[in-house]
Design a protein around this ligand. Structure first.
Ligand SMILES: [Fe+2]
Length: 201
């Protein structure tokens, strides 16, 4: 597939361009989000296993970021029509994200460090803990809302954890939600990216 005008590569390398080409081909050839995720899996696993493709500036903490806790969300690629984004999420040791949603399907995997993840299900306006899991580098999953869409992650390694997200929206700039895990109350939330401003920010 040809690159499209207006695509933004904040990390412009053959590895990222090749990955995006595979992703677009997989989406075009698949009848469902599940099918597309299955088709993308080998390329995503390869990205998580490659120690060399992600420069240090995209693995850095970000004091004062929109996520809080020094958490950095670094945009690597964004499609012209904002239907696809690839970003790294850096969570310092001992920090955790708020409980949040994503509002789009895609793949999420751990690149460095370790995380504990808690996944919540929304039932009648309240949140119930649906699953807890420990993630190691190379672990990844398909996120297909509403399944797995509401979660929080906490870094359990002495070094920051870095996860790679491929999602079918402009995750850092769309308005989504954080949740109070006790009451289930939701608040509008826009995380932003450390390295790219949102249009109307
Ligand atoms: Fe998340």
């Amino acid at each position: 597939m040809q690159p499209r005008d207006g695509d933004e590569y904040f990390l412009d390398t053959p590895v990222v361009r090749g990955f995006v080409t595979v992703v677009r081909g997989s989406i075009a050839a698949s009848a469902s989000a599940e099918g597309a995720c299955d088709a993308i899996r080998p390329a995503f696993a390869e990205l998580l296993a490659d120690p060399a493709w992600l420069p240090p500036q995209f693995q850095a903490d970000a004091p004062g970021s929109g996520m809080g806790g020094g958490i950095g969300q670094w945009l690597l690629f964004r499609a012209a029509d904002r239907s696809l984004s690839l970003f790294s999420l850096v969570v310092p040791s001992g920090s955790e994200t708020p409980v949040h949603d994503h509002l789009a399907w895609g793949l999420v995997g751990l690149y460095r460090g370790t995380q504990d993840e808690e996944i919540f299900a929304e039932r009648d306006g309240t949140l119930a803990l649906a699953e807890s899991r420990a993630l190691r580098p190379g672990d990844f999953y398909a996120l297909i809302p509403p399944r797995d869409d509401i979660h929080r992650v906490r870094t359990t390694s002495p070094e920051s954890s870095i996860s790679i997200h491929l999602l079918t929206n402009d995750t850092g700039c769309v308005w989504r939600h954080t949740f109070d895990p006790e009451s289930g109350e939701r608040q509008p939330f826009r995380s932003g990216y450390v390295n790219v401003a949102c249009d109307d920010a």
